[in-house]
Write a protein that binds this ligand. Structure first.
Ligand code: FAD
Length: 409
């Protein structure tokens, strides 16, 4: 049996599901394929993590029409960010007033995001959901690509003018197609949890560079933080299962008491960290987006935000191609998308990797320099503003969705 679509999306995680939602605003028929239903307990994308969304991602979700179902129940505003370097005096404080937006960003539970995105596509006749289903092979010819999809222990064939790979780098498809990837694994992992504190945080997020890497506290609920702590693998392994008292003691010792006295840690999870980027994310009839195309250290909460900007640019590109009667899987169309995304993808990779290298160094001249840097930024509001606009995704060419508009507006 062979089913025909305009677009087949391999991977219905945060990025793939966002694209499926965007395509409901076009006349393109899409298939969204994922190994697991979005509400599965072991879903690799919609898990117990929270994601820090930039203000520009909020605008994209507004354009997608899902922001109202995420906010106000599930989006915790980040009003200011406090950046510090453990054991040194340099600090920088970034406030939403500097850029004049309601917030710098929002912290949203991944599961809430998944629910909103799947609600968006649930009843749309143009989006066909296939899960649990696994794309296992791809074959490309001149006017379509053919995917082999394993579902209910049977193989089916999906034929599409364009295959979008948004599998988070978890399937062999990009290797099978010969996409070239530059990959560096960081010698650290992220330990993720939630902790209570005895103080209200007033919307303050903290990024503290300490030991192996950054420790981020993202404001959720009134007296709770989501924790993302970069650690050596050995330390992460020990702290993941350590008794609560030991875990809280080490966290408090590393972070200090600026955010209050911590207690009640939730279950702890561990994630590997890598920097990767495909040299060229498109081939005839195939384009790769999200983590499958680039992954970055979560230091500044940029990975998904970058993937969502892929979604907004690709949706815009495909909408325009269809409107003008162009072939959505052809290289002229996909090249336009690649040109649009190249600079942003590179810049975010360089920025996050630079932060890790500079703040991970124990070389004393560099330690002095980075502290001078933090102090200098603190004293220069125009520099802060420029830095914020970049990290908030408000810099460079914006897509229609990125302006908070629908594709057809
Ligand atoms: C600890 C940590 C904290 C983070 N915090 C932030 C943050 O605050 N802000 C931010 O912007 N980013 C953050 N990120 C990054 C963010 O999680 C990723 O960028 C995001 O999950 C990428 O989404 P994705 O959909 O591209 O890939 P994934 O989330 O990996 O999803 C891939 C999907 O593809 C499916 N799949 C795989 N293979 C197949 C196949 N063969 N067939 C069908 N389906 C398949 C999987 O089931 C999965 O659903 C963080 C990352 C980590 C590790």
């Amino acid at each position: 049996m062979c089913e025909d679509f305009d677009v087949a999306i391999v991977g219905g995680g945060m990025v793939g599901a966002s694209l499926a939602c965007a395509l409901t605003q076009t006349r393109l028929r899409s298939a969204l394929i994922d190994t697991l239903p979005a509400d599965a307990a072991s879903h690799p994308s919609f898990d117990e993590r929270t994601v820090a969304l930039t203000y520009s991602s909020r605008l994209i979700f507004e354009g997608l029409g899902v922001w109202n179902s995420i906010s106000p129940l599930h989006a915790y505003p980040i009003l200011r960010i406090h950046v510090s370097d453990r054991g040194h005096s340099g600090i920088t404080r970034l406030d939403h007033g500097l850029v004049g937006t309601e917030a710098l960003g929002y912290v949203v539970p991944n599961r809430a995001l998944g629910k909103a995105l799947y609600d968006c596509v649930a009843t749309h006749p143009g989006c066909h959901k296939l899960s649990p289903a696994r794309a296992t092979a791809i074959d490309v010819n001149e006017d379509h690509a053919r995917l082999t999809v394993e579902s209910d222990a049977t193989n089916r064939t999906i034929r599409a003018k364009l295959v979008v790979i948004a599998d988070g780098g978890r399937s062999p498809l990009t290797d099978e197609l010969g996409f070239k990837n530059s990959l560096t694994s960081y010698p650290h992992v992220a330990l993720v949890s939630r902790v209570h504190t005895d103080r209200t945080h007033d919307g303050t997020a903290y990024e503290r560079f300490a030991g192996a890497g950054p420790l981020a506290l993202l404001p959720i609920d009134t007296k709770q933080f989501a924790l993302v702590w970069t650690l050596d693998e050995e330390d992460a392994k020990r702290l993941r299962t350590a008794p609560e008292v030991e875990f809280i003691g080490e966290l408090q010792n590393t972070f200090g008491d600026r955010a209050g006295i911590f207690s009640n840690p939730a279950t702890r999870y561990q994630y590997p960290l890598a920097l990767s980027r495909l040299t060229d994310p498109a081939q005839p009839r195939v384009v790769v987006i999200g983590n499958a195309a680039h992954s970055v250290h979560p230091v500044a909460g940029q990975g998904f935000n970058l993937g969502l900007r892929d979604v907004a640019a690709l949706a815009d590109t495909l909408y325009e191609a269809q409107r003008h009667g162009n072939d959505i899987g052809s290289m002229p169309v996909l090249d336009g998308y690649c040109r649009w995304r190249r600079r942003d993808t590179r810049a975010v990779g360089v920025f996050t990797d630079g932060l890790i290298n500079v703040f991970g160094s124990r070389f004393s001249p560099l330690v002095t320099l980075r502290n001078l840097g933090l102090t200098a930024i603190e004293l220069m509001p125009p520099v802060k503003r420029a830095l914020l606009r970049r990290t908030m995704g408000l810099h460079g060419p914006r897509s229609r969705l990125g302006l908070g508009l629908r594709l057809s507006d």
